[in-house]
Every structure is written in structure tokens, then in C-alpha cells.
Design a protein around this ligand. Sequence first.
Ligand SMILES: [Zn+2]
Length: 458
Amino acid sequence: MRKVGKGIRFYPETLNWMTDEERKEHKEKLLRENIRYMYDNSPEYYQLRFKECGAEPEDIKTIEDLRELPIFMDKDRERISMETSLEKYNHPFGLHVCCHPDEVVLTGGTSGTTGHPTYPYSVTMADHEWIDDAIGFMYSELWGLGPGDRSWFIFPLGVYATTVAMMGGLTKAGILQLPIDIRLGTQPSMDLAKWTKPTFMWTGPTIVQHYLKVWEREGVDPRDFNFKLLATTGEKGIDEPELKKYIEEALNCRWLDFWSPSQTNPCTTCDSDEYYGLHNFTDDWDIAFEDLVDPETKEPVEVKNGAVGEIVVTALRKKAAPYLKYATGDVVQVFTEECPGCGFKGYRGKVVGRSDDMLTVKGVNVFAGTLLETIRTEMGPKLTGHMRVIKESPSPRITQLKLWIEWAPGMKDNLDEMTQEIKALCKANHRVNPEIEWTEPETIKRYDRKTPVIEKRY
Ligand SMILES: [Zn+2]
């Protein structure tokens, strides 16, 4: 397989010349400065949070001190902060916006599946420059792309912040953008590729699998595109060895993934056959993999190699609406040891799931979204792909996991066999034995945007 990039190293480059200790000291200097900035400029949010817990900004000198602070914000509190600023000050950036609202030059929203959308991707010109440079560095220095490359960028444009985060970096790296709104359907996107000859593909793992099926049906060999790489974001899948191998062989290129939820710690994978997680190459952008809490109790989790916890983000540089002790809801397994694949010395993380879809089944933590993704990937065309975890009470502690799954057209006679397959998959991958309620195709409600993973029956 064609080699991708030059190995993972830090951005900015100066971080690469520092020892681990020097890098920590450097980040702690930025931490003290940005905490002061956030405190001084957010009297109606961060100053109140400090007062509530009886701490002063000066108390936070090190990353260890930061871990002692309670959670200041999560998705719900962020939404309320934004609703309030809209009502009071006629802008959607929240009471935690620390610059003048007029200094926000770009914003991008979340899907708003659970209510009012939020705009966490808001940036000042300086934030914008920094992110574009970091993402540009990833394209050119870490992925080996540059002038002459053409990006087939297949996402819903405008709605998701992916668009906001990724486009500027493409330009910085001198790459031609070929954006196409996925909501136009498969054919316009396929036509665009036919006429513009992209050199790499940027999308989600589910879309790649859908495209592979379409190409197979139409007798097109995707190897003929001669892609240099496939980049994905927003979904898991790359951590499943068989799927990774299948897609890399089908496209004849390396599959890498990228992650930067709400523009926090931009990370990417390295060029290895095995998946070694998301490498946090932007080590001084924020504190993320270094501050973990238990997804249920929100108590601090010791950060050591292999630890699992929910990420709590604190911005070290961001100026627009920076996070300070923000519990992201993203649960990761963190690796502190050098990457066996590429020798990267920073933190790495594997996405485990979302804390808001975590259930505890007889003491075993199960992430509903992750579990459904396993079933969807492994069962493939036997199912329509539409399924939910059923919840019969608001408590996250349950004794029996129940799934609601649509069979694919023509599969009704195979339900007993498929039930056994799914039970075996769940047992092997998630240590649970679910009950399955089957339903015919097209009965589970479809959504245009993000689909809920839990069906509330209470
Ligand atoms: Zn690596």
C-alpha cells in the first residue's frame, strides 16, 4: 500500500523540539494565561462558576490543579448559555463568549437533535488562522497532500461544522476543494468525481460503504480512481480490523481518520495497518485527553495508559467562545505510551462512545450508539440498518438490554438465525446478551439529521 505522509508529529513544530516536561510547562503557561482571559471576559458565566466552587483563577497553575476543578459546562448548559445570550444580547455564541460578539468571523452549528442547535464552532480571525494552519499542516505534513491534490469532500454542507473546520485547511495546503452536498444524492456526487478526478476522498465510513456498493452494482472499479487516501470523520468503523482491511483493499489506499469535536483537540491516525487511535498532534491547543472523568459520576479518572473516561476540555488558545472544564460527552480510551506504529510521543485516544447513551446492564457499561454500530457493520445487508436500543425507564441502570431492529426486505424467514448472530456479536464485543424485538422494514422513524439511538418507552 502507498505510504501516506511523513509520520505523526506535533503542530506547531516547536513542540517537537521540547521534552515532555518542557511541553507540559509550556502548556501550563498557556493555561494560566487563557484561564485569566476567560475569567476576565466572561463575568456572566465563568466568573460565576469560579465563585460557585470557591476557587480563583490564580489557584490553577498546573494541569493537576485543573483536574481538581468541577465541571463548568456540558452540552445542556452550553445550550442554555446560548439561548440566554440570544435573548439578552441578540447573539447565539453564549454567555461564555469571551471576545466581542462582532469579532466572531465564522460559526458552525451542531445538528440540534435534542433541541435548540448550538454554535460551538465559532471563531475569531486569530482562532480561524490557527485552526486553518493546524489542519493545513495535517494535510500536507501528516498526510502528504498538497498542490495538485483534489479533495472529494462528501458531507452535508452548511449544516455540520465539519465544513467550517476543514475547508480553510485545504486552501492553506494548496489543495483543490471539490465540495458536494451529500443531500443532493449519490449520482451528482459520483458525476462530480467522474469529471474532476479527485485524488482523495473525505467522508464518513457509512457513506464509503454505500459508494462501494453502488460502484459494484455499476461495474466500476474504485481502484481506477487511484486515490492517495481515504479520510473519514464523525463515525467509528476504522477501529474494526476487518472493515479497515476491506475498505483499504477495495480502494487500494490507506484509510485515515480525523477528529475534532466542537473544534477541540484536532487529532488524526497514523499510517499503520493496525489502528493505534487518534494522535493528538495539536498538543497545545487545549487540555483534552489529559483531563478525564467517569461518564456517570463525573469524578476524576486517573490519566494513565489505557484509562477510559469522558473528555473534559479546557482551551489553551481559543478566544471566541472557549471551553473551560467542558464535559464533552465523548468517552475515550487514552494511551500515554509512545505509538507502536509511528513512534508519536503525545497522547492518543480511541473513541468508546457517548456518555449520554451509556447504559449499565448488570454492572457492565454499554454505549448504545457503539453497540448499534457494531451490529450495523457486522450484519450488513441482512438488516436495513435502522435500529434502536429500547429504554423503559429513565434510569441508565437496567437488568436487560432490549433492541428494536428492522430486518431487510426478504430476510423475514431468517430471524431466528439472525437473532443468534446478533446475540453472539453483542456478547463478544460488548459483554451483553440482548433481547431483540424484530420489526419490518420502514417501521422505525427516519430523521434527516442525526438519528437517535435510544427509543424511550416510558
Ligand atoms: Zn502512530
